[in-house]
Design a protein around this ligand. Structure first.
Ligand code: MN
Length: 329
């Protein structure tokens, strides 16, 4: 089979287009990480029928829990990791030479390009309260073959959320752009990641980019969002992701007792992706190649600063070919 034939075969099974506003509540699943990590996370993305929201392809909430985090050096390709901490101090080290503490208030953005490796350890020797969101952003074709990078941003812009009832809310623009206000962090596709704080008893308007698709998760508390057809309200809590679809200029959010939410969205992504372990690619072959390079200790993934030989080995590949994940909603 020629390369062209293979590409045609991929192209014939097209995804469902994201079309119009939705108010679809999807369950986050509990995933035990096992091994030395001995922690579990709630994974809100990818969903079986929703692999991407804009370029966002992964969302884990790890915590709140008492733990001593110790994630040894491991590789990534084709993505940016976005770490947005709530509780606890974590030391991040990577193969571009970063050695920093990650804590509440600062965005930590690691761009893998074609290959990076990093480790994450709790600060201190005892178990301590830990809570954070970790998200991945799929890199577009124009950036995913490039070099690795890391940035930390402690100063992020705020946007007011106008009140329809009660006090106004506020948003921190973590990544990309909300209401024309841009985060200083480097992005490669039109995107938004923002923390939203809704006061108790308030109903606020959250401005959205009409051509983009969006989703909401709750970090603390519960929020209510009116369904797009006006038929009642959907209650969002920390165990769910609320998919909002496209073609909305705003979403109206209420919270009787107050809530902290995270908004993710962006231009529908240019392509379907193949995701396996810590890799985001486009074909089975490139995932196999990345896995082999990591197992061989290849230069592609560099060396994590101030580490010896400790590393997380890649799991075995499944017996089947890895395929692109397609939207089915
Ligand atoms: Mn990682």
């Amino acid at each position: 089979m020629t390369r062209l034939d293979a590409d045609d075969a991929v192209a014939t099974e097209t995804s469902v287009e994201c079309a119009g506003p939705r108010t679809l509540l999807l369950e986050a699943r509990e995933v035990p990480l096992g091994g030395v990590r001995a922690m579990s996370v709630h994974r809100a993305l990818p969903q079986r029928d929703l692999p991407l929201v804009g370029a966002w392809c992964f969302l884990d909430r790890f915590g709140p829990q008492e733990t001593r985090m110790r994630v040894e050096p491991h590789p990534h390709i084709g993505l940016q990791t976005v770490t947005w901490p709530y509780l606890g101090d974590v030391r991040h080290r990577d193969s571009v030479g970063s050695d920093v503490v990650v804590r509440r208030g600062a965005l930590n953005l690691m761009t893998s390009g074609a290959g990076i490796s990093h480790s994450e350890y709790s600060v201190g020797t005892d178990a301590a309260p830990l809570d954070a969101l970790q998200l991945w952003v799929a890199l577009p074709e124009s950036r995913r073959h490039g070099g690795p990078a890391f940035e930390q941003h402690a100063v992020l812009p705020e946007v007011g959320l106008p009140a329809l009832a009660g006090a106004p809310g506020e948003a921190t623009v973590v990544l990309g752009e909300l209401a024309g206000v841009a985060s200083p962090a480097t992005v490669y596709t039109p995107i938004v990641g923002a923390e939203l704080r809704i006061p108790a008893g308030a109903t606020v308007r959250v401005p959205l980019e009409s051509a983009w698709e969006h989703a909401l998760v709750a970090v603390y508390g519960q929020a209510e969002v009116t369904a797009e057809d006006g038929a009642g309200a959907v209650v969002l809590d920390a165990a769910h992701l609320l998919y909002l679809g496209t073609h909305r200029d705003e979403v109206v959010v209420s919270s009787p007792a107050g809530a902290t939410l995270f908004l993710l969205g962006g231009e529908p992504f240019e392509d379907d992706v193949v995701m396996w372990w810590n890799f985001v690619g486009r074909t089975h072959e490139e995932i196999v190649e990345a896995r082999e390079a990591w197992e061989a200790g290849a230069e592609r993934f560099g060396r994590v600063v101030d580490h010896g030989d400790e590393r997380i080995p890649a799991p075995p590949l499944p017996a089947v070919r890895l395929t692109r994940r397609r939207r089915r909603l």
